[in-house]
Each structure stands twice: as C-alpha cells, then as structure tokens.
Design a protein around this ligand. Structure first.
Ligand SMILES: [Zn+2]
Length: 104
C-alpha cells in the first residue's frame, strides 16, 4: 500500500541538504499475516491507520520532530508510530524523491 506526505526538512551541517527544502515522501507498507476471509487486513483499515499517522506530519517540518531528519531517521520514527496502530508485522519503505529510500 502506498501513501504520500509533503514535508519540509533540512539536515544540520550537510553541504547540500543543510538549507530548508521540501519533498513529497512516498510511504510504502507491506503487511504480513495469515489471511482470514481472503485478506490479511482490509486496505481501508490500513489506509486509515497510515493516514492518521501521516496527518500528524503533513505540511510540517521533520525538524520539529527529529534532530537529524534523514530518510533513515524518518523511517524509524514512522515505523514506531505505525507499530502502535497496525496489528500485523509490516515492512515500511520511505522514499525521499526519486530513487532514494530507506526500509525497516
Ligand atoms: Zn531533503
């Protein structure tokens, strides 16, 4: 399942990313579990849970939440928040622009 969130960030001390700028982050979640009545989890429930987590960060700056908001640290943060809402094991991949991502 894929969702998107628009956020600003800067990486303190980084030669290129040290200036405030924004990305559309793509968030991919794959859940694992036994199927019941043909599905592991209803997409509607998964989307709802994911959107609830992302709404907290949408159009905000990651720097308000993380000291060094690299895509790796964003992935760790979102993983923790999603764990509270998803009753299944899952893999989270966060994309920062094209071709750059972190997975947990
Ligand atoms: Zn950036």
């Amino acid at each position: 399942m894929t969702e998107h969130v628009d956020c600003a960030h800067f990486l303190p001390g980084h030669p290129k990313c040290g200036v405030l700028h924004g990305h559309t982050y793509k968030v991919e979640i794959s859940i694992e579990g036994e199927t019941r009545n043909g599905m592991v989890m209803d997409f509607a429930d998964l989307k709802h849970a994911t959107r609830e987590v992302l709404a907290h960060y949408d159009h905000r700056s990651w720097n308000d939440f993380l000291e060094y908001p690299s895509v790796e640290n964003i992935c760790v943060l979102l993983n923790e928040k999603l764990k509270e809402k998803l009753p299944f094991a899952f893999t989270l991949r966060v994309w920062e622009g094209h071709g750059k991502w972190a997975e947990l």
